[in-house]
Design a protein around this ligand. Structure first.
Ligand code: HAM
Length: 439
């Protein structure tokens, strides 16, 4: 049997066209993160298993990690997320770093998932984290940045929604308001996290199974459902409205609205999967019916750095994935025409002479990216190939052109041809590049 040409299940090959889209997305993500004063960092793709056992949560560690034993007998994980790694890095230099630290990265991550639309086994994720800000200015900055990211791709507020909740509020509801014990509260929190994947009767049956008989009889599940049906902070039951986490959520919603972020709302069902979140959590959801899932998720996790035996650092961060972002761009028709990195394709007439080689060298020295077509091809074939490769210009070089020092520059989208010196060609092509490549 012949060898398969397919990549590993749930992972992607990036042919130049796919890589071009990825580069377009990553350039924008980097630009916006840097505009907010964030610095790029990175870490190894392999980490020790212990790092995730500490706080990521059982689901990710037991079901979703690629874990293996290395030749030295150490249990190793291919990183499923970046948050434990960045916390480890901050803890390692806790004393030397100047706070607030604003860091970002664009790691590839591996999770053993059932591949489906929007969910793969390997994905890339913009990670943005701010360390050392205990106040809500951190959440405000990160949510503003996330919003700026979607705007930078041309998104309109009606295309996506930012949803906020508070882990502190949820803990209070489960433990104090409903009076559940720690184990029940933990299981119900996980169930609420999966709520959107279940119908109401399934949810009720599972919630019933988590509660004790006396709790069921006392109407705990009905009380929970009433709370989960609440759509605004103002309509929460009066006992809950008093909780200080509600004031914090309200303050953040008001500050976001004041700064022009309007497509944001409180959503009591946002739990987020990871155990390390301690307070405000948020997600950005694509509102397109064919991609109706979270594209970004994050929150405050004040306890992770402290797990490494150093003084804790208040931290807020988010992760924004490439797969759901690409779906978003595509479904909302936001994808610009992406051209090749190659500026000109050289079509030589006859053999490639020393003169032609020299002219090609000059184009490169003057800063153009130049690919050279196969000698002996017909001009129309050169045009076809250049067009297929999404190269905008062809430069024709033959004996006559070299003698006159005037070369034909063909614009493949207008199909117009003009004769110019090499210098003039370079300046025309650079002008085009300036206006068209900076999307
Ligand atoms: P997360 O919610 O697991 O959070 O992932 C964040 C985003 O990454 C998701 O909204 C989604 O866009 C993308 N994503 C996650 N898993 C996959 C997958 N299997 N395939 C495609 N895309 C995926 C975290 O990972 C947190 N560590 C984020 C964070 C950073 N919190 C604080 N700082």
């Amino acid at each position: 049997m012949a060898l398969s040409t397919q990549p590993y299940k749930g992972a992607r090959d990036f042919y130049p066209e796919d890589k071009r889209l990825q580069k377009y997305m990553f350039d924008k993500l980097r630009q916006v993160a840097e505009r907010y004063g964030y610095e790029e960092y990175d870490a190894p793709i392999l980490e020790s298993l212990e790092l995730y056992l500490a706080k990521s949560g059982a689901e990710i560690v037991n079901e979703q990690t690629y874990t293996f034993t290395d030749r030295g007998g150490r249990e190793v994980v291919i990183r499923p997320e970046m948050t434990p790694s960045v916390s480890r890095m901050v803890a390692a230099k806790r004393q030397e770093l100047s706070y607030p630290l604003r860091w970002y990265s664009l790691p590839n991550l591996w999770r053993y998932e059932r591949p489906q639309r929007g969910r793969l086994r390997e994905h890339w994720q913009l990670n943005v984290d701010v360390f050392g800000l205990a106040g809500s200015e951190a959440e405000l900055e990160l949510i503003q940045m996330a919003n700026a990211i979607y705007k930078s791709f041309g998104a309109k507020p009606a295309m996506y929604e930012i949803r906020l909740n508070s882990r502190r509020l949820m803990d209070y509801i489960l433990r104090e308001y409903l009076g559940l014990n720690e184990v029940e509260a933990f299981s119900l929190a996980k169930l609420i996290d999966r709520m959107h994947k279940l119908d109401r009767s399934e949810f009720i049956a599972l919630a019933d199974a988590i509660c004790s008989a006396s709790e069921r009889e006392a109407g705990v599940v009905e009380k929970l459902l009433t709370v989960l049906d609440t759509k605004t902070l103002q309509t929460l039951p009066a006992d809950l409205r008093e909780h200080d986490s509600v004031a914090a959520l309200n303050g953040l919603l008001v500050a976001l609205a004041d700064s022009g972020v309007t497509n944001v709302r409180f959503d009591i069902t946002i739990m987020r999967g990871f155990d390390y979140y301690t307070d405000i959590v948020f997600e950005v959801v694509d509102l397109h019916p064919d991609n109706n899932r979270a594209m970004m998720g994050g929150g405050r996790y004040d306890g992770l750095v402290g797990l490494f035996g150093v003084e804790p650092v208040p931290t807020v961060g988010f992760g924004l994935g490439d797969v759901t972002l690409a779906n978003f761009i595509e479904l909302h028709n936001l994808l610009p025409k992406l051209t090749s990195e190659t500026d000109v394709y050289v079509a030589t007439i006859g053999d490639i002479t020393a003169g032609a080689t020299h002219a090609i060298g000059e184009l490169r020295e003057m800063g153009l990216n130049v690919a050279v077509g196969l000698a002996g091809r017909k001009l129309v074939d050169h045009f076809k190939i250049a067009d297929k490769k999404k190269i905008h210009y062809v430069v024709i070089i033959g004996a006559q052109e070299l003698a006159d020092e005037q070369f034909t520059l063909k614009n493949l989208s207008t199909t117009e041809s003009e004769k110019h010196s090499l210098q003039r060609i370079v300046s025309i092509v650079k002008d085009y590049r300036e206006t068209n490549r900076k999307h």
